[in-house]
Design a binder for this molecule. Structure first.
Ligand code: ADP
Ligand code: ASP
Ligand code: MG
Length: 443
């Protein structure tokens, strides 16, 4: 029999009605043996995710404020689900324990993790599956990185002892026993870890859209669905803002070739998007579009450095990077000319460091000109079909210029499968729509 690891996101578990859909999906295929649960998400546009409520509750406890009344709101989210499902199940002791732990100085990650913990407990009970607490099977190292070897070794043997189980997503345990979470959206990573440890045939990631769409549906209405995408393309797109899947979810499954299938809990018949290691030629030829997808993010800054004859000065870039490294600044892109280099970084990397950094760079490389500009948005146009195809960059440029938007920078790595375009933040949505329209509507 096949083994499937399935992960359900926050909107798929937002209320009792959604839990019922999840039940039907899991029970309709007996190979769906390992289920990873998120915390209940938004039930409607103005709702609050349980995870955000827990972060707020932590802040209140940390400030020494009473949390009882606020915690009642969290408790009600879970009790409504239990009541709506008609389950004979009582979590009162759990709530009391969590509240008292929060009052006694539990960490922020512990607080956030309780959404997944309680959600998975209810789901396990409802499905009649075993519950495996992630704090016994997902391990972090002292430096906070995910301990893959130790986790797989343990989780593999634990899963062998459970025919069917529900595991909470998003968190694991530090060597000192405290709870640690992945970054936001991290249940996707837990799903991939479980798929890998279960040696699953497929990792199904169930969410609220019918797969990976060519661009963000909140910016372009009803974008086309991507039927097949490679792990590499997916990394590029999710890293650059396609929030449907956490960008780190591919690592656990990529090396062992477990495909990821993104599916829609609200439309389970829809086949969704397959994420695979490579796509065969037939698929490529059959594709109508040169590009696979477009994603983007705001809040970038450019450190622009000019110096005559820079290209002839050995070690120039090395010195620039040394300074950035010393100041703990991560670099995203480095478009460069003969006498200029632009270092693009996430604006948050520069908080409180701008003056010191500029001064250190001045001293290290003595530039003719140096300036830090904020307010840049980056858009990545990604596609395996673009590699070696001439004219893609100019089509992107024409599309953006045609919408009367100034292109602040453009970067295409040699033989790469993406082109990055930088525009003013205020032009972000219009530029993204213009590029989508040029490659999809006008085909
Ligand atoms: P879950 O709670 O299931 O983990 P998320 O909210 O994390 O779901 O991700 C799904 C959402 O991602 C969609 O509702 C959609 O608004 C957003 N999204 C952004 N970019 C894309 C894209 N390219 N394709 C599909 N969805 C996208
Ligand atoms: N509940 C967590 C979050 O809101 C993790 C997840 O949903 O994947 O980020
Ligand atoms: Mg998510």
């Amino acid at each position: 029999m096949q083994v499937k690891a399935v992960k359900f996101g926050g909107t798929s578990l937002s209320d009792a009605g959604q839990f019922r859909k999840v039940y039907d999906i899991v029970k309709s295929d007996e190979s769906r043996r390992y289920v990873v649960a998120s915390a209940p998400g938004k039930r409607h546009g103005s709702d609050t995710k349980v995870t955000d409520m827990l972060y707020a509750c932590y802040d209140m406890a940390a400030a020494g404020l009473p949390i009882d009344a606020f915690f009642d709101g969290i408790r009600a989210r879970f009790d409504d689900i239990i009541a709506g499902l008609g389950l004979d199940y009582n979590l009162d002791d759990e709530y009391e324990y969590i509240k008292s732990t929060l009052r006694h100085g539990a960490g922020r990650d512990y607080a956030a993790s309780r959404g997944e913990y309680l959600s998975a407990k209810i789901l396990a009970r409802y499905l009649g599956y075993d519950f495996i607490d992630a704090c016994h099977v997902v391990f972090f190292r002292d430096d906070g990185s995910f301990d893959d070897e130790y986790t797989y070794r343990n989780l593999e043997s634990v899963l062998r002892g459970h025919e069917r189980a529900v595991i909470p997503g998003f968190y694991g345990v530090m060597p000192n026993g405290t709870i640690k979470t992945f970054s936001r959206g991290g249940s996707d990573i837990t799903g991939a870890i479980v798929a890998r440890a279960a040696n699953a045939d497929i990792y199904e990631n169930w969410t609220d859209v019918s797969g990976f769409l060519m661009t963000d549906p909140r910016i372009v209405p009803s974008p086309l669905q991507i039927k097949t995408v490679t792990y590499r393309e997916l990394r590029e797109l999710s890293y650059m803002g396609a929030g449907v899947l956490h960008e780190d979810s591919v690592f656990p499954v990529r090396t062992v070739g477990i495909p990821i299938n993104i599916r829609n809990t609200n439309d389970p018949e829809e086949r969704g998007t397959m994420i695979v290691s490579s796509v065969n030629c037939a698929d490529l030829v059959g594709s109508d579009h040169v590009i696979t997808g477009i994603a983007g993010k705001k809040s970038f800054s450019v450190i622009r450095i000019e110096k005559d004859r820079m290209a002839y000065q050995r070690g120039f870039l090395r010195r620039v990077f040394e300074i950035l490294d010393l100041n703990g600044v991560n670099v995203e892109h480095i478009p460069s000319g003969i006498d200029t280099v632009s270092v693009i970084v996430h604006s948050s990397e520069l908080t409180g460091k701008k003056e010191l950094l500029t001064e250190s760079l001045r001293r290290a490389v003595n530039p003719d000109y140096i300036e830090i500009q904020d307010g840049l948005a980056l858009i990545a146009v990604v596609g395996r079909g673009m590699v070696g195809k001439p004219g893609v960059a100019s089509r992107i440029f024409d599309a953006v210029a045609g919408a009367h938007i100034n292109v602040r920078m453009m970067d295409q790595g040699l033989g790469e499968l993406n082109v990055i375009v930088g525009v003013d933040e205020s032009d972000f949505e219009s530029a993204l729509r213009a590029i989508y329209s040029a490659f999809v509507d006008k085909q």
